[in-house]
Design a protein around this ligand. Structure first.
Ligand code: HEC
Length: 152
């Protein structure tokens, strides 16, 4: 912290806020909440992804924290952020969610299971972590392809 001047810190904070606002233009209520939570998952995943790509030793704490964050935002924690017909702009959720609610729930449960698996491998070897991480990424993607307008 000592190396950071206060103005520099404020600038950095403003930059982060500005980016978030642009990404969620006008989102409010539960739509804003779930966009923020999904955004946090993406950041947590990025940290593990970059670690796996680098030659550095894996940090089991970071992996475990990511696995926990996923579990805390999966299963019913995820589905509860999708009350019936909550499609207020700029939501990218597809209306099919509420027509195929059981399937949507299953994706949310699969996400939880994938988070648990990553948690168990956190201090394991690189290959196990990489496999669990890949499975987790596929779990995000599977739901997005079916239930999100812009799938990535
Ligand atoms: C059960 C389905 C489901 C799963 C599993 C899921 N998502 Fe999503 N995700 C959605 C839906 C639906 C939206 C669109 C929400 C909206 O715009 O109202 C979304 C939106 C997002 C967004 C965009 C947020 C924004 O600001 O617009 C990101 C980033 C994201 N998800 C990341 C992830 C990551 C990373 C994972 C896995 C760790 C994941 N999601 C797992 C359904 C899911």
């Amino acid at each position: 912290m000592k190396n950071w001047s206060a103005p520099a810190l404020i600038c950095a904070a403003l930059l982060i806020t500005a980016t978030t606002v642009v990404a969620h233009q006008g989102a409010t209520g539960v739509v804003k909440k779930r966009m923020n939570q999904m955004g946090e998952l993406k950041e947590a995943m990025k940290a593990v992804g970059q670690m796996l790509k680098s030659d550095d030793d894996l940090n089991a704490d970071v992996i475990a924290a990511t696995a926990q964050a996923v579990q805390d935002n999966a299963g019913h924690h995820l589905t509860s952020l999708f009350p019936d017909g909550s499609l207020k702009k700029p939501s990218e959720a597809r209306p099919e969610i509420w027509k195929n609610w059981t399937e949507f729930q299953r994706f949310a449960d699969q996400l939880k299971a994938a988070g648990e698996r990553l948690g168990k491998t956190a201090s394991g070897d690189r290959k196990d972590v990489a496999e669990a991480f890949k499975e987790l990424g596929q779990s995000c993607k599977a739901c997005h392809e079916k239930f999100r307008l812009k799938s990535n």
